[in-house]
Design a protein around this ligand. Structure first.
Ligand code: FES
Length: 184
């Protein structure tokens, strides 16, 4: 899944900024995490820049990044949904919440909808166990999430898309149900 040239230019500028402010001795994993936090994933150009910065080969950096399942290599959706499956959330029905998102969005965990409106990921404890089961959407914590609440969240995403399509004068197709594909 490609990003457009403008988006790539912005990503490169952010990566450059992060690397130019980092000490040469910076830890590789921490740097990759910082980059991912800033641009949402690790595109090839970021891996190349990181390799150059650290004096490593691209495959060295890929080798490290792919070892950890917290790194993403495709761009996230416009809305990134993280379902917590830490112990407290798991006990309180986190798995059912995840399945509800998978069903509503038509994607599996780790996937992005073809329209790139939403991406779905399972994460470990996010530190709000008293609110279990927890979902983090675009960095905002939603607590006590039920399948009904999931329906509300996915409906909101769909309505936002329809609204944007109307505003852009491209109403056709905006009302299609979200359906998905799995990340490569
Ligand atoms: S286990 Fe989900 S927030 Fe702690």
């Amino acid at each position: 899944m490609e990003v457009d040239a403008d988006a790539e230019k912005k990503e490169k500028a952010k990566v450059k900024e992060i690397l130019s402010n980092a000490p040469k001795s910076a830890n590789l994993i921490n740097m990759l995490l910082k980059i991912q936090e800033a641009i949402g994933y690790l595109p090839r150009h970021a891996i190349q820049s990181m390799a150059e910065f650290a004096g490593l080969t691209e495959s060295n950096v890929y080798g490290v990044a792919t070892f950890y399942n917290r790194f993403r290599f495709v761009p996230p959706g416009r809305h990134h949904i993280q379902v917590c499956l830490g112990t407290a959330c798991h006990v309180k029905g986190g798995e059912i919440v995840l399945q509800s998102f998978e069903r509503n969005l038509g994607i599996d965990e780790g996937g992005v909808t073809p329209d790139r409106e939403a991406s779905l990921e399972r994460v470990a404890c996010v530190g709000c166990c008293t609110l279990a089961p927890v979902v983090v959407m675009d960095g905002k914590v939603e607590g006590k999430v039920s399948p009904t609440k999931v329906d509300g969240i996915t409906l909101k995403i769909k309505m936002e898309k329809e609204k944007m399509a109307k505003e852009e004068g491209a109403g056709e197709g905006g009302g299609r149900p979200l359906s998905g594909e799995q990340q490569a």
